[in-house]
Design a protein around this ligand. Structure first.
Ligand code: MSP
Length: 662
């Protein structure tokens, strides 16, 4: 039996952006992971081509709908190629094989009495391609949930007897806890069914585009009824005798807006009516949301023009870091997979991408590799023997277990967090074993043990990262002297701690993840020294983080003095300049449940935009002080670089907000 994974089929005239890319990446990473495990895996994506808005767009472009869709579906093919999403089939609903299956379904359900004729009078939104109830629409004719305009229609239509399947659906959901993922969405679906399912109109008047209703050319099949069937079309049902090798699907992946109504209710009911098995998992992730000028978060969508294409982000990444374009592409893949959440929405921001990239890819992964491969004590040949470090081995296997458990529910964020946790262990291992010291002391066996185990930890992590970052993780393997190509079924062998061959030659290459600093427009030339600003307030100077620490360290303190200072991890949620103070920024930070504001003299080192989303270290129990009349409730920690710029201290990987630092 196949592992069959699908994305939604995207509206063909939409522009692929980082939102649509996220679902495709989740499916791609999952498919790569299953292929690595040696499972027969099938990954389907494609385009949904019969929407009314498609024919409207074709007419506006002066083209026939078919010529139009043939052209625009290419933008999806290109976007997925750019992101190296290796689907097995790109299905298009205008293909004949799909039209045949839709007609077959229609006829069978008409015969069984699940489809009947009636009249629909009510609201329809072309933008959402959805029929809405009066209660869904406000007084201005706008859908409350989506903001789309509706039109009033009165048409003879075919209905699908959805109301007959509520109880069976509920029972299926309750007896198959893994059917709907995540649990929060499962509960929403149960509540939706509880309200009572109503029969749904599944044909519309024929305006010259769509699949004609069998035996009634005045109507076309409603686009959602048509589109959902694509998943079944791909299996070859009903003509191909082997259709049940592919059906039921293992997982349909999508974002939340098309989860409850369509994939978790209508589609399973259609399958029940056809007497076909239901997909094993229906997985709904949250949205990427972006902040508007007023600071409010809203769905990222191309129509609002507030979300970039993957190509645009990668271009920026390359410009701002000098990374190889394929590495930059993988860094975007990593960020989207690492940060998309299943139960909640996530803010999409380049500053967040930057902090993931610098902290987890540049520091945790890249640095540890460079620290060994380029170290003076390492000559480029792996040790010919070394004992495995039991602690690191346990860390690696624990990370692998957490990774596998997370991927059983398609949760790439948690899986990648586990890999990052392993890399933190490798960094700690290297710091503790300190092979540079052992080398100085002439202790060759200890040097070999440290080199071997640290590089083995990196290799192990790189294998787990391959599905998310095929090129960049492959590059890590290449620098370790290994092949980046993993044969199907190699997962278990490669995730055995100690699989790094002894005596191999490593290959020193470029820094894989060069530091990323997105350029931000400079409002004014940053002043070099603005000490007067702190003094002019006439207050204490707790927030001058940019001043070198030399003065402060001139006298010794005891541990008793030191432990009085509480350090905590804070998330910067907002940052802005303080009017009239060239060097000061007002930051809003979150420390667990607590919100605080901190005034800091770092305006010549950081722009407000790049600070938002960063995790920093703050002195938590400092007496509040006022700077330029603004209260500062703590102080952040920063080092100073050669140019006198403040460099904020950050945890090596993201930790829980408010975590204590010891
Ligand atoms: N054509 C229908 C799907 C039919 S499936 C039988 C459709 N297409 S769509 O082009 O609008 O794509 C919707 C999908 O795009 C979402 O389910 C999700 O996978 C993805 N996303 C679109 N915007 C998104 C965000 N802002 N954030 C995350 N995913 C987003 O609906």
């Amino acid at each position: 039996m196949r592992t069959y994974i699908t994305t939604p089929i995207y509206y063909v005239n939409a522009v692929p952006h980082v939102g649509t890319a996220t679902t495709t990446l989740l499916a791609d990473a999952q498919a790569r992971y299953h292929r690595m495990q040696g499972l027969d895996t099938w990954f389907l994506t494609g385009t949904d081509e019969h929407a009314q808005k498609v024919s409207d767009a074709a007419i506006a472009a002066g083209e026939t709908p078919q010529a139009f869709v043939d052209k625009v579906s290419q933008s999806f093919v290109e976007a997925w190629k750019f992101l190296d999403c290796r689907y097995d089939t790109f299905i298009r609903t205008s293909e004949d094989r799909h039209k045949d299956v839709v007609r077959e379904v229609f006829q069978r359900l008409e015969k069984s009495g699940d489809i009947y004729l009636g009249v629909y009078e009510g609201w329809y939104s072309v933008a959402d391609e959805t029929f809405f109830r009066d209660t869904d629409v406000d007084d201005n004719g706008i859908v409350k949930e989506t903001g789309a305009k509706v039109e009033r229609i009165r048409e003879d239509v075919h209905y699908f007897r959805l109301s007959a399947y509520g109880e069976r659906l509920k029972e299926h959901i309750l007896t198959n806890p893994g059917f709907l993922i995540p649990d929060t969405r499962r509960n929403e679906v149960l509540a939706f069914i509880e309200q009572g399912l109503r029969d749904i109109a599944i044909s519309r008047k024929n305006a010259g585009w769509g699949i004609e209703v069998p035996g009634d050319s005045s109507k076309v099949v409603y686009v959602w009824f048509d589109a959902l069937i694509n998943y079944l079309t791909e299996s070859g049902w009903p003509k191909n005798p082997a259709w049940n090798q592919t059906w039921p699907a293992t997982a349909h992946l999508m974002a939340k807006e098309i989860f409850t109504r369509f994939h978790a209710t209508l589609w399973p009911a259609m399958l029940m009516a056809l007497d076909l098995p239901l997909p094993k998992h229906v997985v709904g992730h949250g949205w990427w949301v972006v902040r508007d000028e007023e600071g409010l978060l809203g769905k990222a969508s191309k129509s609002k023009g507030n979300i970039p294409t993957p190509q645009a982000v990668v271009e920026k990444l390359v410009d701002a870091s000098g990374a190889n374009p394929l590495v930059a592409r993988d860094a975007l893949r990593y960020y989207l997979l690492r940060d998309i959440r299943f139960s909640d929405d996530t803010e999409f921001a380049l500053s967040m991408l930057q902090s993931r990239y610098n902290a987890e890819l540049g520091n945790d992964l890249g640095n540890v590799l460079n620290r060994v491969l380029k170290a003076g004590y390492f000559g480029g040949t792996l040790p010919t023997e070394a004992a495995l470090d039991a602690g690191l081995q346990a860390d690696a296997l624990k990370a692998k277990d957490a990774y596998i458990a997370a991927l059983a529910t398609y949760d790439w964020g948690t899986a990648l967090q586990a890999v990052n946790g392993l890399l933190a262990c490798v960094n700690r291992y290297l710091a503790t074993t300190a092979p540079w010291k052992a080398a100085k002391a002439g202790n060759a066996a200890d040097v070999d043990t440290a080199i071997y185990n640290a590089l083995e930890g990196v290799r192990f992590a790189a294998v787990l990262l391959l599905p998310a970052m095929p090129h960049a993780a492959g590059e890590v393997l290449r620098q370790l002297g290994l092949s980046p190509d993993v044969a199907s079924g190699d997962f278990d062998r490669l995730t055995t701690f100690g699989a790094l061959p002894f005596g191999g030659q490593t290959a020193v290459g470029d820094v894989i993840f060069p530091r990323l600093a997105f350029p931000v427009p400079t409002v004014e030339a940053a002043p070099k020294a603005a000490k007067s600003e702190q003094k002019s307030s006439g207050e204490t100077k707790p927030v001058d983080q940019t001043s070198p620490a030399a003065d402060a360290t001139s006298s010794e303190i005891t541990i008793d003095d030191f432990i009085k200072v509480q350090f905590r991890i804070a998330d910067i949620t907002h940052a802005e300049k303080i009017e009239g103070a060239k060097k000061l920024l007002r930051l809003e930070v979150q420390l667990g449940e607590e919100k605080r504001q901190i005034v800091s003299g770092i305006a010549d080192s950081y722009t407000p935009e790049e600070l938002i989303g960063m995790q920093i270290v703050v002195v938590y129990n400092l007496k509040p002080a006022k700077l330029r009349g603004v209260e500062s409730q703590g102080m952040l920690l920063a080092a100073t670089d050669e140019d006198g710029k403040a460099i904020l201290l950050q945890p090596a990987k993201r930790v829980v907000s408010g975590a204590e630092v010891r």
